[in-house]
Design a protein around this ligand. Sequence first.
Ligand SMILES: [Zn+2]
Length: 414
Amino acid sequence: MEILIKNCIFKGKEQSILIENNKIKGIGKIKGEHDYVIDAKNKAVMAGIVNTHTHLAMTLLRGIADDLPLDEWLNNHIWPYEREHLNPEFCHVGSLLGCLEMLKSGTTCFFDLYFFEESTFKAVEKSGMRGFLSQGILDFPTPEYEAGEAIRTAKKFIEKFKGKNERIKPALGPHAPHTCSSETLIAVRNLANKHNLKINIHISETRDEVKRIIEKTGMRPVEYLNEIGFLGDDVTAAHCVWLNDNEIKILKEKGVCVSHNQVSNMKLASGIAPITKMIDAGVNITLGTDGCASNNNLDMFEEMKTAALLHKVSNLDPTKMPAKKVVEMATTNAYQALDLNCGIEEGKLADLILIDLKKPHLTPMYNFNSHVVYSAKGSDVDTVIVGGEILMENREVKTLDEEEILEKAKEIVK
Ligand SMILES: [Zn+2]
């Protein structure tokens, strides 16, 4: 199958992009007959966006409890609701809704961490998206398993789904160093090594967590995780809000990728992650939305804009976080962390989006990265292609039934 995208704006001029099967075959002036042609006049092409930390099925918890401190929000609202309502059907519908929302805002790949990942796997498979699905691992009982059964549940998920779909990779999601014992974390490390899996974990989201780890171990969280041999370049650490200089140095040395979730951190008033310091130290920084209960959407364009603005104002320096760097965080940095051979280049996987520029707020255009970060919204994404398959065209998602999913989502939370 060959797809020609003609007249799209790439690197400041109109060009064509030829896709053959799942890869980009050519860029430039391309003639000849092709199986399918997309006329992308007034549209710009961008490499697919990656959300490196979310809890997908939490789309169904959007707006359930806002304007509360994290502990109260989690202990009195989110966890009790999850205990009562979470089941495979709930997670399947929530994941379908999440995929729909991500496709309609230009996200082509994401890193999930939640429960009943088998239900999420089926939703992602239907959507055609790329995903890394981490089975959530905690020491205490969850809606999915009893205390002490987390590793066994994760093993079952991995064995069932490893290698089943080229675009969807099972992964491991130990919740955090304060909710998993060192034995659990070491078991996760061993499983990751054995099966070559990625790991997603929350690290130092709040000051209180850091205090608890210091009381328990005598070390700060990143120092403790390093001491037990947990860290490596297969780890994506969400939040990393409360780090000292030594912890930043360890993250760099171990090749850990950081998922910056600033909207969630701002909404829960957790703090401002020292991202500019981490960038200066050479840590690989990516962007994530976190779950919809603390964001409250999955729009990575919002994430890019707030990342740029937050670090400018918190450093009182408008030169911090330039647009180009922020776009890299949402694309190439994430590809590096997840070993994805993506980008707008010949031979790379055809994961790309078209942005409709024929809009008042995107006219005129001097600099594409500036538009992506400061002016565009997820709803400006017109077309989404993953692995050479058109998943959305003219804002119509081809793989999912939008009407049906919206109705199901309203129905299931009644
Ligand atoms: Zn999270």
